[in-house]
Design a protein around this ligand. Structure first.
Ligand code: ADP
Length: 352
């Protein structure tokens, strides 16, 4: 009677099953370059699509190189079916004078590469953003040094203050962003949306009036309650109101309305300002992305406001969207899930 598979066969079966769970592609060949084994990831790579054919060829040539006796490494950029990058490492196997086989390990490093590119862009953007006010400060200092006219000195000194403020604002926004990204938001507590809107708008009445812009806040249903970090949500709404005023022309109206839609509070900030071209609407939530750099700079913008708004909304389980027509105006909407107990009670439930 057969005893079933021996310990070696059992180990082999287990190893083969285990290798199917590995996130790298693994291909093993014998000394003649004949493929003996592919794990699940490598098998998925080995179908007939364009990019995969190229990947298959690159793996085979890496194995051939390794069979000559030395490890081989190669990076492969593929553009079909989707753009991705593979890293292939091939090693000779066996201790004879010539290898008795070779193994190729394949990593899909697309995500990693994208992350590295985002980080590189961010550092380049950040350096540029910080260099601008610092460059201006250094120029102002030089000019002030040789200036004697008290009027000019006063004007230049005011400029020094403005540039320093811009610098501090960028750093503050960056610190805010990294705090939010690291999950450093204050514990969420039930807050009426009316209180958030009221606090966010309060600081802008004078600024709007000074720019000839009417600020209209529709009454907000006191029964709409969300779980929020008051400080962060107020700052997100304030960012939208600030932008709506900044990107409006005198005589325009900025409206803030709140309603309820499918279990969420919708906080809408609407302006009749310059609007946003449709090609830019996706990108304005990226850090430092601006449609018109000069206008943003002249209004003291850091280019980080909407990135903060998006992060705050998402942290609260919501999201932010934009609708805009160039030359007609924009509406930014924050959607926030309503607190389960808040709706309709008119009172704020205690935090559990
Ligand atoms: P900024 O500090 O430059 O205002 P934001 O992140 O707040 O940075 O906004 C990014 C860009 O989106 C702005 O530079 C501007 O081009 C555009 N933008 C934001 N809000 C509005 C708006 N209400 N109307 C028109 N453009 C806007």
């Amino acid at each position: 009677m057969a005893d079933g598979p021996g310990p070696d066969a059992r180990l082999q079966a287990l190893l083969v099953a285990a290798l199917d769970k590995v996130s790298q592609g693994i291909v093993v060949c014998d000394s003649e370059g004949r493929v003996l084994y592919r794990n699940a990831v490598a098998r998925a790579l080995d179908n007939a699509r364009d990019g995969d054919l190229l990947a298959g060829k690159a793996i085979m040539s890496a194995l051939e190189e390794a069979l000559r006796g030395a490890p081989h490494e190669e990076t492969l950029d593929l553009y079909s079916p989707a753009r991705h990058t593979l890293e292939i490492h091939a090693y000779p196997l066996g201790s004879e004078p010539v290898p008795s086989g070779a193994v190729a390990l394949v990593d899909d490093v697309t995500g990693l590469r994208r992350l590295e590119a985002v980080r590189r862009d961010f550092v380049a953007n950040l350096s540029h953003e910080l260099k601008t006010p610092l460059g201006a400060l250094s120029l102002l200092a030089e000019t002030l040094d040789s200036e004697e006219d008290p009027e000019v000195v006063a004007r230049l000194t005011a400029r020094v203050g403005e540039e320093a403020t811009r610098f501090i604002r960028i750093v503050d926004d960056l610190l805010d962003l990294s705090r939010i990204e690291a999950g450093g938001i204050a514990p969420l507590a039930p807050v009426p949306v009316a209180a958030l809107v009221d606090e966010a708008v309060r600081g802008f009445r004078d600024q709007a009036a000074a720019q000839g812009i009417e600020l209209q806040v529709s009454p907000v249903d006191e029964g709409l309650v969300v779980l929020a970090s008051q400080r962060d949500m107020v700052s997100a709404i304030a960012n939208l109101v600030d932008n709506a005023i900044k990107y409006s022309e005198p005589g325009g109206t900025v409206r803030i309305e709140v309603d309820e839609r499918e279990g969420s509070a919708r906080i809408m900030v609407q302006d009749e300002g310059i609007g946003i071209p449709s090609r830019d609407q996706e990108r304005i939530f990226e850090r430092f992305y601006r449609v018109d750099r000069a206008r943003s700079r002249s209004t003291g913008g850091t280019g980080l406001g909407l990135a903060i708004v998006r992060h705050v909304a998402e942290y609260h389980g919501g999201h932010v969207s934009v609708r805009s027509v160039e030359g007609e105006g924009s509406t930014f909407t924050i959607f926030l899930p309503l607190a389960a107990l808040g709706r309709g009670s008119g009172s704020v439930p205690a935090q559990p």
